[in-house]
Ligand binder design. Sequence first.
Ligand SMILES: *Cc1c(COP(=O)(O)O)cnc(C)c1O
Length: 363
Amino acid sequence: MKKHNYSAGPCILPQEVFEKSVQAILNFNNSDLSILEISHRSKDFVAVMDEARTLVLELLGLEGKGYQALFLHGGASLEFLMVPYNLMKSDGKAAYLDTGTWANNAIKEAKHFGETVIVGSSKEQNYNHIPKDYSVPSDASYFHCTSNNTIFGTQMKSFPELNVPIVCDMSSDIFSRTLDFSKFDLIYAGAQKNMGPAGATLVVVKEEILGKSGRYIPSMLDYQKHIAAESMYNTPPVFPVYASLLTLQWLKNLGGIAAIEKINEAKAELLYAEIDRNPLFKGTAAVEDRSIMNATFLLNDESHAPIFDKMWKDAGISGLPGHRSVGGYRASMYNALPLESVQVLVDVMKKLEVAVNESVITA
Ligand SMILES: *Cc1c(COP(=O)(O)O)cnc(C)c1O
């Protein structure tokens, strides 16, 4: 039986994406060729790339608004570097909100390009919340934030109104909730959290912000070169792009982001309600900043860990241990995780409570 997969990434994808991927590996579009062996310049694959780029903009509500979608290599981690390369003025500065490990990694790269102003940080509290009162210098080349902090289980619920471009790492919550995406000038995401398998990186960029840094940009790192080449400057990650397209089509057929948001909220409510109700557990993130994608929680009494771990494994759950920097547990509830899987986890948490109460009575 398929596991209830709570992996933080690479993560669960819709079953139909796996099935269609298998079919395309064996015989893509009845071409008697595998998707793994065709030219990326073939008519069939160019159509895949075009549809994937168009569907991204359509789902985000950004069609005809001056944005371009790119599928690149290198993961979100390469974007930590490409963003300052392309956007930070050669004598300028950039503003960063420090909300966790990934934000920090982005800051580390930006520092090599110019002054990096950290406008807010929750580091002292081990990133258990999103800093709220911060101001962004009006002469910054851009403001960078991380919409969802995969490791710490916090999520930005609102974004500042600024007169500088807003860049957002949406790796772990892209396509999970409705937002006015036109507020952002550049959005990037590694595919493997909510969009597809590892190997592709999505960049959605407003074209008008490009070409202003005054720097020499190596070709492979230059968004304008990738745009001019229609996301085929070099061989793109053919199969990850195809599987991402299948996932985007699945999302569209479901009703798009508004439809999946309702399901994601229902899943998060179900689990957080149990974390708050069950006296054996506690959440680690500030309640108002809790992520609907990654719920982080601890056992109040560590001695219950062996029995709890056995229980959820026996229930067919996989990928629940928390990141080493937080400990405890992390339930990643990406788009493709069904509500039923969350119910299985909640039932296990209730079962643990019963077992602990019984062992107290019999002791
Ligand atoms: C996983 C993750 C990254 C790193 O992604 P890679 O594609 O592995 O480079 C960056 N930012 C966030 C928010 C993430 O969750």
